[in-house]
Design a protein. Structure first.
Lengths: 289, 405
């Protein structure tokens, strides 16, 4: 049973990390709590499905086209919906919830409430520690690791990354130093949405594509970023693995309560908020001010 | 001015005249989803056939059927469902209600329908309480009748009957006396009775229950659950799933190469789109179902073929709105009225040969259960096709297959 928990938690944690890092990045830099983040993940999954099964594009073409299309859409949404209300946190929250619901209803209108399946990019599987893992899940793990490494490279080895980190550290000082903070925010939004889109594309062949698929990961993702610390990339990865393992343990230890795994993640979020509001690696709220 | 009054009076006369010429039936269902889609298709077929033949004979007067499509959105929201019922009764002035899918929503819709004393023929929800209400408070709930499926307890009886025959096959093939069964049921009100009955009855059927797993109905990932089930050594995964989790179970069992065979209720598995949604991985997943081209009743094969011809897909069990409309027609023609209070006793005594079942009602207004009448059929996905395999005595059944070991 231990090996099942180890492997299952790692694979699920990888998916969550892809989503949580993008969300955390945009919060850390732009201070935007983007509830529509997982809606971009859902849109990418639909886009990938449509390009692959309806237009007949291959995986190699459908995947990048989906990621680019969703990233551009996210930038458009930022300019039209988020930027005008950016200084009001509550308004941003409401605007992004509205955005997510609009996308949900649009998908419902376009594809109906049908549950759609995307063929696997890779067929077959292997056994690790006696636990069967399909290659598609291994691919998710590999993509998650590669994407997270690329994000780290971007943030710590490029000028754009330096600008992003500087803005994240102190938005006002970065602005006073002559940085175009709006452009940095745009770049961050693009990176964040691209991460969500990558998650949608690699996860679509494993899960079911439907208009409500953005809701469950949203809750889990919020729990992860609160646990890891809002704005901390390292915290998001560790938080994702912790939640992945907690969910696996819940299912194995409490089979009849498997439906509670989401609730357990939320309970952790509440507990962390009470005991350590800044999370494991986040910046204390007081310090930010 | 006089002309204006005359024109208005004439227009009103035309309106009332037109109203009298139709019987309005609301088809209630989640129309953006497959369940609602088939609610509507089944009803449309019945309406078109009946209207083409001249309509319903109400005491010598031919009256046409008019359907009102009511999207209940009940999968997402119970209040949306009750609002839809309220709207069709008060604004659209419908005479009868047919449909419903999700038990939690139908229980609430039933209350609204009973408030207005409207006959509500349920097609979709299985929870026992819907019928128990009739028994406990007949005067209020007598307008409710369940056409399909059978109530949850009876669904369980069918499931155990089929499980018994699958168990026999496993005993013979795997040379084991006590097949191991994992119960995998989504957490929902309709699965409660089935899970309780399975936990209680399976040991008596010489089967070992290795565990009960209850994921959320909307779960899209059940790898942890399946991993645990695989580890338990289960040979049968006994399912009670109505949501998208049914697709995840089918697909992920295939991806993991599990040797256990899935049997039970998997509503998504009843749909033609299931194989594609599960990316062709749901080999040998089996489920209780209602329709196939087998001679369940004298009308089944003809109905399924006509349905496929018209909609390019086979019906799911919510297409029993077709039977509900014909049932209503029989009752109205027998009683020569559309009065709900007069139709109730007629429906109670009726034996109706439908497209998917031969219906008679018990004192709870639930279908009387019987293999070959209302118990339905069992189907298994084999190489992309839904193959019927139970009850064996029905003409057209094929063998049940097991994964290679």
């Amino acid at each position: 049973m231990l090996q099942d928990i180890l492997v299952t938690g790692l694979v699920n944690g990888g998916v969550y990390a892809l989503l949580a890092v993008g969300f955390s990045l945009v919060f850390g830099v732009a201070r935007i709590v983007n509830i529509a983040h997982t809606a971009f993940y859902m849109l990418a999954a639909y886009c990938f499905y449509a390009l692959l099964t309806r237009l007949g594009l291959g995986f190699a073409l459908a995947a990048p086209v989906s990621v680019v299309a969703v990233t551009l859409l996210a930038l458009l949404c930022y300019r039209l919906v988020i930027e005008p209300v950016r200084s009001h946190e509550a308004a941003v929250l409401i605007a992004t919830i509205a955005l997510a619901l609009v996308f949900q209803e649009l998908m419902l209108l376009s594809f109906g409430g049908h549950y759609l399946g995307v063929p696997s990019t890779l067929e077959g599987g292997l056994r690790v520690l006696g636990v069967g893992i399909p290659y598609q899940r291994m691919l998710i793990l590999a993509v998650a690791a590669a994407t997270l490494a690329a994000s780290w490279f971007l943030l710590y080895r490029t000028r754009l990354g330096l600008a992003i980190r500087a803005t994240a550290n102190d938005l006002e000082v970065a602005n006073l130093m002559g940085m175009n903070v709006h452009r940095v925010a745009m770049a961050t939004i693009a990176v964040s949405a691209a991460l969500a889109a990558v998650a949608g594309v690699v996860v679509a062949p494993v899960f079911v594509v439907d208009p409500f698929m953005w809701l469950a990961p949203l809750v889990t993702m919020l729990a992860i970023v609160v646990l890891g610390g809002l704005g901390s990339l390292k915290g998001s990865v560790i938080g994702a693995l912790v939640i992945g393992y907690v969910e696996a343990i819940t299912v194995f230890a409490l089979p009849a309560g498997a439906y509670l795994k989401g609730a357990v993640a939320l309970a952790i979020m509440v507990a962390v908020l009470l005991a350590r509001p800044e999370g494991l690696f986040g910046v204390a709220f007081e310090e930010e001010r | 001015m006089t002309r204006l009054y005359l024109a208005a009076a004439a227009a009103l006369g035309v309106t009332f005249g037109a109203q009298a010429q139709t019987i309005k039936i609301a088809i209630l269902g989640p129309m953006a989803f497959v369940q609602g889609e088939h609610h509507w298709y089944g009803a449309e077929m019945a309406r078109d056939e009946i209207n083409k033949a001249g309509g319903i004979d109400v005491g010598g007067k031919r009256v046409r059927i008019e359907l009102v499509r009511a999207d209940t959105n009940e999968i997402q929201s119970v209040p949306d469902a009750t609002n839809a019922v309220e709207r069709v009764i008060t604004r659209d002035k419908v005479d009868f209600l047919i449909g419903g899918f999700r038990s939690e929503a139908v229980l609430a819709m039933q209350e609204v329908a009973m408030d207005y004393k409207k006959i509500f023929l349920g097609v979709g929800a299985a929870h026992s309480k819907l019928g128990a209400n009739v028994e406990q408070n007949y005067e209020r709930y007598k307008y409710w009748f369940r056409v399909a499926p059978t109530k949850d307890v009876d669904l369980a009886r069918t499931l155990f009957a089929v499980l018994g025959s699958i168990g026999q096959q496993i005993r013979a093939d795997l040379k084991t006396d006590t097949p191991k069964v994992a119960i995998l049921a989504e957490k929902a009100v309709w699965t409660e009775a089935i899970v309780a009955a399975a936990q209680k009855n399976l040991p008596g059927m010489k089967m070992e229950v290795v565990g009960t797993w209850q994921p959320s109905a909307t779960a899209t990932d059940v790898t942890a659950e399946l991993s645990a089930i695989d580890r338990s050594g289960a040979q049968i995964v006994f399912t009670a799933l109505s949501g998208p989790v049914g697709i995840s179970v089918g697909r992920q069992m295939g991806e993991r190469g599990m040797k256990a065979v899935a049997w039970g209720i998997n509503v998504e598995g009843q749909k033609e789109e299931f194989w594609q949604a599960a990316a062709g991985k749901a080999q040998f997943v089996s489920t209780l179902d209602t329709y196939a081209e087998v001679e369940m009743t004298p009308k089944t094969v003809g109905f399924v073929r006509a349905y496929k011809e018209r909609y390019k897909k086979p019906p799911t069990y919510t297409a029993a709105t077709y039977d509900a409309i014909y049932l209503l027609k029989s009752a109205i023609e027998q009683q020569k009225t559309t009065s709900a209070d007069k139709l109730v006793p007629a429906l109670e005594k009726m034996e109706h040969v439908g497209s998917g079942a031969i219906l008679t009602f018990d004192k709870r207004h639930d279908p009387v259960w019987g293999v070959g009448t209302t118990a339905g059929i069992a189907v298994q996905w084999q190489d992309g096709k839904k193959v019927p395999f139970w009850p064996p005595q029905v003409k057209g059944m094929q063998p049940f297959k097991m994964p290679a070991r």
